[in-house]
Design a protein around this ligand. Sequence first.
Ligand SMILES: [Zn+2]
Length: 352
Amino acid sequence: MGVEDSRSFYGIDHYGFPRAGADDPVDPEGYYPPYFRSEHFQRYGYHVEELRGGFHWVTSAGYDAAFVVTEQGVVVIDAPPTLGENMLAAIEDVTDQPVTHVIYSHWHTDHIGAASVFGPDVEIVAHRITKELLERFPDPKRPVPTTTFDDELVLEVGGEILQLSYKGENHCPGNIFVYAPRQKVLTAVDIVSPGSVTFMHCDASQNISGWYEAQSQILAYDFDFFVGGHHMHYGTYEQVKLCVEYFADVLEGATAAVERFSRSDALADIVADTGWDRMFVGTENWINSMANHTTRHVLEKKTSDGRLWWERLAGATTQTKYHAYTVLESIRLERPRPDYRLRGENPPVFLT
Ligand SMILES: [Zn+2]
């Protein structure tokens, strides 16, 4: 065995997940916007842009956040640690007004873990559940909210209006929608990421049925600009719709995969392959069969303009298998299942 062979046999590549590599396509043209290659961004690591009427988008490319400049102070939405003090720099680039309010989209530290940068005197607005989670798991970088709400809250500061809304669990408990009606900007974080298929496992979401429902709830808003928390881009309505189309294909593939591989003949085939005394090998093969079936469905399907997903959204060839796994598991746990067993039927598969 040569050195390279032994590395691959004994090294980490022998275990767990495959590595992506040169066979994966480059990201679609336009995924990296002009600001990404600008001198300012390369030097300072952030980009700030006015979307409309004082509503600003600020990004570190991997993470984004927003702020609204009003005549009576600045209202901030989220403060990711990857932006950190650059949130202050971005605000100072465009106004002398002080930050008076900070809205938390949800409690996750990767989106609000720099909130303490605004000091102790700001009003912090969030959902009641976000406050409960931050009291239960304290973090000095994420001060506890001072104002909370259950269903709806209208925040009016210096003549600007932000409509905060909670529609139930999605990405995590307490994740809210923030809508600026005058500017027609919607902020909803960790649901879809315009320009890409978003981060693996449905952006590490908890309630996948709620997360799918949130996609429809986003499209019910009348917005021209969408701030999603990630990645490189804010979005237009059409760009958000494209992400929703992609995840509909994941759901379609996963539904078919669960139906096909939950049949007793499919289970019997898998057990016959591995032996009934290696239960977890069979389990892995069963789950992976469904994930692979789903992934192939998505990556081979022609999208609405005839192209394939990797030609339209960044990350399709690397992230789809993880979305597939998460969505098929959510079907098995959260949705009606096809494998209901009748009395006297379907003997244990190792006896068939
Ligand atoms: Zn999150």
